[in-house]
Design a protein around this ligand. Structure first.
Ligand code: APR
Ligand code: PHB
Length: 391
């Protein structure tokens, strides 16, 4: 099999890249190791930055998002039993975010790709990427019990944090930067309308809590828990009681409870693989970087990477200049490190680390006090949360 761009992985990065290339008249093949049902059911975050919303619209992949997504013009910070709203458009010159689950973005992109696009092979596992330093890199893969080879002009590894593409970058030129946080998130889905019309990020002496949503009838919520927690150890009422405690305010706000339909624990880590390119093999999305979920940046970074790659390839085709392609890793890493910085800052400001001292608590409260009283600090949060325009 032969194609211009071999894409490994049908998460948001690989699926959106295939769409952007198709729209630009560049052919690609997507190889995905899992089956379609698995990819369409995987629960992930659901905050789309302004830039991501714009890209999905330009790509013709936003029809359902525009019908069902919920635009959000702010978030609430909760601490010391107080509430503070961060008004995004007022602080950023009109930028906001959209609440629309990553799973739904993937479903929409899969439907488009199967209706009109290059091949998207499910249950096709990439085994190795070869010839990164040559003009014709190859992906060896297994599909329907048979081994095959995909010959490409370029390979983009969109194969997530456990993928194989990363191995195409030789160990002597790669560097990995990592931080593991000593806690995780217990996440729930519940059949009950959200208790607040915007997301609530709460700092509490018992640990962080986040109130989010999936639709006007489905609540998504998270509790900071020890990293080794088994979700099954938490009873439903125990989860609601703990959310209640951590979200409690001095006014009349109340938490709505309902049947919990899913429970899982997410570990928290930061990870960056540099460089994001070796020869004609490029890494995009989780294959190159992981952020803790507190800033909701994972999906948006994946979108940024593939937009940068697609624009660079189109520029090469149209002008003969490979300057953007050469700059791919540096362009993406600059954005990645800004997202790592923001996610780290949000995470450490809002979570209680094991062994945290009263001094640490006071510093967190001082950071929150600063954000809620100094417009420059609040604007910095709003700008980082809604994201910067893509270059
Ligand atoms: N061959 C083929 N496909 C593979 C292989 C392989 N060897 N290894 C992994 N994959 C597939 C996975 O099954 C998955 O569907 O690659 C895909 C990677 O998708 P994601 O993990 O969703 O990663 P990405 O597209 O970069 O999206 C980033 O996902 O983890 C979240 O928070 C993160 O929202 C962010 C987003
Ligand atoms: C989610 O709704 O899953 C979600 C929202 C905001 C975050 C992380 C996750 O920061």
């Amino acid at each position: 099999m032969r194609t211009t761009v071999g894409i490994i992985g049908a998460g948001p990065a690989g699926l959106l890249l295939a769409r952007l290339l198709h729209n630009a008249g560049i052919d690609s093949v997507v190889l995905e190791t899992r089956d379609r049902a698995y990819v369409e059911q995987r629960q992930r975050a659901g905050i789309l930055e302004q830039g991501t919303v714009d890209v999905l619209r330009e790509a013709g992949a936003a029809a359902r998002m525009d019908r069902e997504g919920i635009p959000h013009d702010g978030i609430e910070l909760r601490f010391d039993r107080r509430r503070h709203r961060v008004d995004f458009p007022a602080l950023t010159g009109g930028r906001s975010v959209m609440v629309y689950a990553q799973t739904e973005v993937c479903k929409d992109l899969i439907a488009l790709q199967l209706a009109a696009g290059g091949p998207l092979l499910f249950e096709a596992e990439a085994l190795a990427v070869e010839g990164a330093g040559t003009e014709q890199p190859r992906v060896r893969f297994r599909h329907q019990g048979r081994e095959d080879v995909l010959e490409c002009d370029y390979v983009v590894g969109c194969d997530g944090s456990w993928g194989v593409a990363r191995k195409a970058v030789p160990a002597d030129v790669s560097r990995v930067f990592e931080r593991t946080y000593p806690y995780g998130w217990l996440g729930i889905l519940a059949d009950v309308p959200p208790s607040h019309d915007e997301l609530v990020y709460a700092r509490h002496d018992r640990g962080f809590a986040l109130l989010s949503m999936r639709s006007p009838t489905v609540t998504r919520a998270y509790l900071q828990v020890p990293a080794d927690t088994d979700a099954a150890d938490w009873g439903d009422e125990e989860i609601w009681d703990e959310l209640d405690r951590r979200l409690e305010t001095d006014d009349a706000w109340t938490l709505k409870r309902g049947p919990i339909t899913a429970k899982s624990v997410t570990p928290m880590r930061s990870h960056v693989h540099e460089p994001m390119r070796h020869g004609r093999v490029f890494l995009a999305g989780d294959a190159a970087h992981i952020v803790p979920p507190t800033g909701a940046k994972g999906l948006n970074l994946a979108v940024g990477d593939v937009v940068t790659f697609a624009r660079a390839l189109v520029e090469l085709r149209d002008t003969g200049s490979d300057a953007r392609l050469e700059a791919y890793s540096a362009t993406c890493l600059r954005r990645v490190w800004q997202a790592e910085r923001f996610s780290y800052a949000m995470t450490t400001m809002l979570h209680r680390a094991p062994g945290a001292t009263p001094f640490d608590d006071r510093i967190q409260l001082a950071q929150l006090d600063r954000i809620t009283t100094a417009r420059s600090a609040e604007a910095d949060l709003a700008e980082s949360y809604t994201g910067f325009p893509l270059d």
